[in-house]
Unconditional design. Structure first.
Length: 142
């Protein structure tokens, strides 16, 4: 069974973030350039929040605010749900489902070491299940 640390090792150590002082437009541009749906909001090495497409849609577009003038700190999700690298992919998926989120910063000793998405965890769980099926097939046939 994959752990969050194993998933991070497989996907690489790229972490994208913005500052709380950046404009929402800057954050949206970075998300588009990187092909991601969320960014961590960091001040130095401290996690301050998450900024996602959902935040943009609900707190800028629907609220009629300007992405040119609004700062990330004004609309980010400040109450960030995180996960430990020793947790399993199944535990991460369960947490995401309960909290209705799609991205989890990974913290070890209060330091951000990565970010996993729901896609990362689904792929890991599918891989684990495929491996189990193959082992059971070998056992039954052999």
């Amino acid at each position: 069974m994959h752990t969050i640390r194993q998933i991070l090792n497989e996907k690489g150590d790229d972490m994208w973030s913005v500052s709380p002082d950046d404009t929402v437009l800057d954050a949206i541009r970075q998300m588009a350039e990187r092909g991601v749906g969320a960014l961590m909001v960091m001040q130095g090495d401290q996690l301050k929040g998450m900024f996602s497409e959902r935040d943009y849609a609900r707190k800028i577009i629907l609220a009629g605010k300007s992405s040119h003038e609004t700062h990330v700190a004004d609309i980010m999700t400040a109450d960030v749900i995180t996960i430990n690298p020793r947790a399993t992919a199944d535990e991460g998926l369960a947490l995401m489902t309960r909290k209705r989120i799609r991205h989890l910063p990974v913290l070890e000793q209060d330091q951000v070491i990565g970010l996993v998405s729901i896609g990362d965890l689904v792929n890991a769980v599918i891989g684990d299940q495929q491996q189990l099926i193959e082992q059971l097939e070998r056992y039954v046939s052999g």
